[in-house]
Design a binder for this molecule. Structure first.
Ligand code: AMP
Ligand code: MG
Length: 293
């Protein structure tokens, strides 16, 4: 299977012609469930290469990677993060889940809380939800916007355009400082979401995952799809691309995400720090001393 071709298919780096309906949530790029072995191999291969690349990322301590996950409920954000990052050194990764903002967070501009969690050089920072909620849930529910303590005169019909612009500028800024940005929209269908909610209700071990608010949000499905489409259209750039990943088959979602991350890290052309002649001499001296003892 040609991985490059597959990744290109899901990559959105210009919003001009982007339409969500051109992307099939059930797509598996020709891989069938009978070929799950191949899928497993692709995931395992991705996880292994990711682990190796992360080692270089940390050693070089020059670049960083910000990974954003956005999706409807039950699209598989948590499971994807768990499986894709399973081979990575926990010391080099930080995962932050962004929930309904606290009173303190609402006293700041919305980039304040995410900025504090943006990854440092040498590290991978994962946002499970992000500032994109500010043009998604906040856009779908006017009451959430009303709760944001914004001066009235600043809340105009242009607010979403303004937010897209600020978000893109933020992403440009961090990329210009050496932190690469990649954004995933896990694209699940409404039918599959229903199946997964049902499983959460039917399986005692999954009950905790179900929240009645999930059902409330499901009623706004079309509004969310529209909000996602517009947000992706407005913020897909070459420096901070979106990947619209089919999410009706978990095994496929995971392998795509793993391969995308490998690809993004590879593009940074990471290298272990080079040891200078002087350092080599110091190492040789250390070795000589150790051998004597
Ligand atoms: P979960 O990810 O299932 O734990 O749910 C977190 C909830 O927090 C979701 O319903 C999000 O829509 C909500 N949330 C996250 N960020 C914001 C935000 N900036 N404003 C309002 N709600 C948010
Ligand atoms: Mg939830």
């Amino acid at each position: 299977m040609k991985i490059e071709k597959m990744l290109k298919k899901y990559r959105v780096e210009s919003g001009k012609h982007f339409r969500l309906r051109d992307f099939d949530p059930a797509d598996t790029h020709g891989l069938h469930s009978e070929e799950k072995d191949e899928a497993k191999k692709l995931l395992a291969d991705g996880v292994e290469r990711l682990s190796k690349l992360q080692d270089v990322l940390a050693a070089q301590d020059l670049w960083g990677l910000l990974v954003i996950f956005q999706a409807m409920d039950a699209a598989g954000k948590d499971g994807t993060i768990k499986h894709v990052m399973s081979g990575v050194n926990p010391q080099g990764v930080e995962v932050t889940s962004f929930k309904v903002p606290t009173a303190e967070e609402l006293n700041h501009g919305y980039l304040w809380r995410t900025n504090q969690r943006a990854p440092a050089r040498g590290r991978i920072g994962i946002f499970n939800r992000s500032y994109y909620e500010e043009v998604l849930v906040v856009r779908v529910h006017s009451a959430v916007l009303a709760n944001e303590k914004l001066p009235k005169k600043l809340v105009t019909k242009d607010i979403w355009e303004e937010r897209y612009e600020d978000i893109s500028n933020f992403e440009r800024y961090v990329t210009r400082n050496g932190i690469a940005v990649v954004k995933f929209f896990l694209h699940v269908s409404k039918d599959e979401q229903k199946r997964r909610f049902m499983a959460r209700l039917d399986t005692p071990e999954k009950n905790w995952k179900f929240s009645t608010s999930d059902l409330k949000e499901r009623a706004f499905w079309d509004d969310y799809q529209r909000a996602y489409e517009e947000a992706i259209r407005a913020t897909a750039t070459e420096y901070a691309p979106w990947y619209v990943v089919p999410a009706d088959h978990k095994w496929f979602t995971r392998l795509v995400v793993a391969q995308v991350l490998v690809n993004e890290l590879k593009a940074l052309k990471l290298e272990y720090p080079k040891v200078s002649g002087e350092q080599k001499k110091a190492l040789a001296e250390a070795r000589a001393k150790l051998e004597k003892k």
